[in-house]
Design a protein around this ligand. Structure first.
Ligand SMILES: [Zn+2]
Length: 83
């Protein structure tokens, strides 16, 4: 599962959606795995200050995937983690 793949673009300071400015910040990542829901807070991201579109670095996305896989293995219905 690679839900953040389309959010990997970090090559511009301007938002391609609304032309606003991208700013560093944090986002909350949610993965609905069917049997369980994994929520990861404080994921570093670049966020548009105008429309709120988010981009996550590839390296961060890979770490998020690892955390999601570990949470999935625990089989809790809801897992809320801090990145
Ligand atoms: Zn925008």
């Amino acid at each position: 599962m690679r839900p953040t793949r389309e959010k990997k673009l970090l090559n511009s300071l301007r938002c391609p959606v609304c032309n606003g400015y991208k700013e560093p910040g944090f986002t909350t990542f949610t993965a609905d795995l069917g049997e369980n829901l994994v929520v990861i807070r404080n994921v570093p991201a670049t966020i548009c200050n105008q429309c709120g579109e988010e981009w996550v670095d590839n390296k961060i996305a890979q770490q998020v995937e690892t955390v999601v896989e570990e949470a999935r293995a625990k089989k809790h219905q809801i897992e809320v983690l801090s990145f």
